[in-house]
Design a binder for this molecule. Structure first.
Ligand SMILES: CC(C)(COP(=O)(O)OP(=O)(O)OC[C@H]1O[C@@H](n2cnc3c(N)ncnc32)[C@H](O)[C@@H]1OP(=O)(O)O)[C@@H](O)C(=O)NCCC(=O)NCCS
Length: 162
């Protein structure tokens, strides 16, 4: 099933904010933000594989890529599990509501694709991201020691959609 994502403006973050599905031409900018955001960044090919996935969205501020989210839905034991796999905002654009707008839109898309719940992993020490996820109704359910290698633990957070 595919649900079109209408391009939209103004998620309350910025009048010049737009969110739309990611396109091939966006990937270099996405990878640049990824590299500036994570110590173990996804490579270009990882993003390339998600092109066409309804949950791969980019945020544009003044027509420039300001952030992105990668999410999908998969079936597991008769349930539809949403998964937010990656989200980041350009360092110069953080704290302006771009991450909230991306998260909000991706949750709506996962819900529209039948997700019963959404999970994500976050570094135990990433207090900013954990606060963002809590604001969107995600609750910590599990702690995974060494999830990111180099002794960095993950917290699994889940939001029910039913
Ligand atoms: C996490 C991230 C995507 C948030 O994007 P953003 O555009 O800065 O987020 P917003 O401006 O929408 O902020 C929303 C909320 O997130 C929380 N938050 C975000 N960054 C924060 C920080 N550095 N410290 C504390 N809270 C923070 C706050 O609760 C904030 O709400 P508030 O402004 O009402 O206090 C962004 O900081 C980022 O790209 N970080 C690096 C990559 C990363 O850690 N990704 C998450 C991996 S799990």
């Amino acid at each position: 099933m595919t649900v079109p994502v209408p391009e939209s403006h103004g998620d309350g973050a910025d009048d010049d904010l737009a969110i739309r599905p990611a396109e091939q031409a966006d990937l270099l900018a996405v990878v640049r933000i990824e590299n500036e955001s994570f110590s173990q960044p996804w490579p270009y090919d990882a993003f390339d594989r998600f092109l066409g996935e309804p949950g791969f969205l980019v945020a544009l501020v003044h027509d420039q890529i300001a952030g992105y989210v990668v999410a999908d839905v998969s079936a597991s034991f008769g349930r539809q599990l949403g998964h937010i796999k990656d989200i980041a905002v350009h360092p110069d654009r953080r704290g302006m509501g771009v991450g909230s707008a991306l998260l909000s839109r991706s949750i709506a898309i996962l819900a529209a694709h039948g997700a019963d719940s959404i999970k994500l992993e976050v570094r135990r020490t990433n207090d900013g991201a954990k606060r963002l996820y809590r604001q969107f109704g995600f609750e910590p359910i599990r702690h995974v020691p060494g999830y990111y290698g180099n002794d960095e633990d993950a917290i699994i957070m889940v939001r029910q959609l039913e």
